[in-house]
Design a protein around this ligand. Structure first.
Ligand code: ADP
Length: 273
């Protein structure tokens, strides 16, 4: 593939189950498709199986049964090395992810195993830092940055690898609202520009506002797969997912339109008025 050429990637799960070695059944026969270039939210309570899905897509775990296809190619021992190159993941805590002594070095870190010429590596690093608005911090020690800035550096590290699928595993949940909204905007514009397939793993209802598809998990079962606006008709599922405030005005409006009444304990000053 020519440098700079971006592929779009799709993902398909076919009756995928996953059982941890200690016999915890994390995923039960999941089947779904994520079309190339779409934005997906993967939601569900703690322990519902969201991170397990991320690890299966990234090949850190392999399915106990069923098939996972990325761009029609089944993930297995032979294909994993190639398929993994398509995937970028950003985790929740930027502190755990910083490794370089400077921002630039940190972003370059992931590229070191890719046998790129120095010039090309530098170009990719600069482009990624520019994409996240952190180019002017290239020579700074990342430990001096704010949480939001560190998370932008983590994002740049993933982007430098030019993934076609970007997974954000609670990547904004530790950030303040301003940093959160900046990262959201960066990702939306990158997604438009590079046609990335984006998977938000999130507790945050705000993230549902601009996704194409929602996958909701409960105890390892897929309980909803559809457009976000359809989810607001599914009052049982919303209750099952324990969807909670803080709600944005837009979400509150959607709740009202669809006649969803959240449980009374959610009706504090941040909830529905
Ligand atoms: P989520 O990301 O939605 O919080 P996880 O995918 O982390 O959920 O976990 C799904 C289930 O698998 C939970 O019951 C959890 O306790 C269990 N689990 C997660 N990681 C491990 C592990 N390494 N070993 C055993 N059980 C695990």
């Amino acid at each position: 593939i020519k440098e700079g050429t971006r592929m779009q990637s799709k993902i398909e799960f076919k009756t995928v189950s996953f059982v941890y070695p200690n016999q915890v059944k994390a995923l039960n026969q999941l089947s779904f498709k994520i079309e190339a270039g779409k934005k997906i939210a993967l939601i569900g309570k703690n322990g519902s199986g969201k991170s397990t899905i991320a690890k299966l897509i990234d090949g850190l775990l392999s399915a106990t049964s069923g098939k996972i296809l990325i761009d029609e190619i089944e993930l297995n021992e032979t294909t994993i090395a190639d398929l993994r190159q398509k995937i970028g993941i950003v985790f929740q805590n930027p502190e755990d992810q910083i490794i370089g002594a400077t921002v630039e070095e940190d972003v370059a870190f992931g590229l070191e195993n890719r046998n790129l010429q120095f010039k090309l590596m530098k170009k990719r690093v600069n482009q990624a830092l520019q994409d996240v608005g952190m180019l002017e911090y290239a020579n700074i020690n990342p430990n001096l940055l704010s949480g939001g800035q560190k998370q932008k550096v983590s994002l740049a590290r993933s982007l430098a690898l030019q993934p076609s699928i970007l997974i954000l595993d609670e990547a904004t949940s530790m950030l303040d609202p301003i940093a959160k909204s900046e990262i959201k905007h960066i990702i939306s514009s990158l997604q438009r520009k590079n046609k990335l397939t984006v998977i938000y793993i999130t507790h945050d209802m705000e993230m549902l506002e601009n996704v194409d598809q929602v996958l909701a998990l409960d105890h390892g079962d897929l309980v909803f797969n559809g457009k976000p606006e359809k989810l607001y008709h599914e009052t049982d599922i919303l209750a099952q997912l324990a969807i909670k405030p803080p709600f944005t005005e837009q979400i509150k409006q959607l709740f009202k339109e669809h006649g969803y009444n959240p449980p009374v304990e959610y009706l504090d000053d941040r909830g529905l008025s």
